[in-house]
Design a protein around this ligand. Structure first.
Ligand code: CO8
Length: 258
């Protein structure tokens, strides 16, 4: 029912953990789940105590895509006037790193959601794919673009046109996944990764994420210029002073929130 939440939200020290929680529907991404997930991501992004966010699903499915039941009767004009995928665009405004911990199916919108995250850690049993073509549609929240940019045209066309699944190893080899780990280590690995990031100089973490994202949005010369300015800006942060002083003094740095 609409009263139940579709996600679980926890704080673990200085990281935020969001678990997609519609396991009976393999975490199909309906409107409510989109709104709740993006709202929680933005809450964590605004929370000074949080340095990184982990987004995960269930053991059987990260997410099996958009909710097909919800979409089945939608017509063009409904979609055009009330673009319910637009909620997911809010994810691009999250400036803190998001680590996706992917087990089981990451299909359609589920694959696209993983690809919107900054680091993707997959369990050995993860399955990625864009099966929309089998439903008479095509990817709608970035799959055709992000797979083409990260892995190249060959794999993007193969996945998007055939709808076939790809296992974690293939996704890793293609550059769509950062790491592959045994299923029983997935969440631990993702949380540890988020903890490592959350322990660094928060402004330089934000700058680093922005710098890498520029690679997907601009020509090289502009990306290089943006990186150089962000690099210089890092010297305006306390964390740069602390990080370098600590190195010179052979002690561990202690980074504060800003
Ligand atoms: N939407 C709604 N319900 C779903 C979905 C889904 N995408 N996927 C699974 N379910 C439901 C099933 O209907 C079933 O419900 P019930 O128990 O009530 O019958 C339950 O989850 C379990 O699923 P199965 O019984 O099918 O489990 P199997 O192990 O037999 O199969 C599969 C697992 C292969 C993953 C299968 O469920 C499947 O093919 N699912 C659909 C995958 C798919 O086509 N995804 C793409 C959807 S379209 C899309 O994502 C558009 C992207 C652009 C917008 C993105 C916005 C978020």
């Amino acid at each position: 029912s609409a009263d139940e939440t579709t996600i679980l939200v926890e704080r673990r020290g200085n990281i935020g953990l969001i678990t997609l929680n519609r396991p009976k529907a393999l975490n199909a991404l309906n409107r409510q789940l989109a709104a709740e997930t993006v709202a929680s991501l933005r809450d964590f992004d605004a929370d000074e105590r949080i340095g990184a966010i982990v987004l995960t699903g269930s053991p059987r499915a990260f997410a099996a895509g958009a909710d097909i039941e919800e979409m089945a009767t939608v017509r063009f004009t409904d979609f055009y006037m009330d673009d319910f995928l637009a909620a997911w665009d809010g994810l691009r405004g999250v400036s803190k790193p998001i680590v996706a911990a992917v087990a089981g199916y990451a299909l359609g919108g589920g694959c696209e959601l993983a690809l919107m995250c900054d680091i993707v850690i997959a369990s050995e049993d993860a399955q990625f794919g864009q099966p929309e073509i089998k439903l008479g549609i095509l990817p709608g929240i970035g799959g055709s673009q992000r797979i083409a940019r990260s892995a190249g045209k060959a794999l993007a066309m193969d996945l998007v046109l055939t709808g076939r699944n790809m296992d974690a190893r293939e996704a890793k080899a293609a550059g769509l996944v950062s790491r592959v780990v045994p299923a029983d280590q997935l969440l631990h690995e993702a949380i540890e990764t988020a903890h490592v990031i959350a322990g660094y100089n928060a402004p330089s973490v934000k700058m680093a994420k922005e710098a890498v994202n520029r690679a997907f949005e601009t020509p090289l010369a502009e990306g290089l210029r943006a990186e150089r300015l962000l690099f210089q800006a890092a010297f305006a942060t306390e964390g740069q002073k602390e990080g370098m002083e600590a190195f010179v003094a052979k002690r561990a740095p202690v980074f504060r929130g800003r």
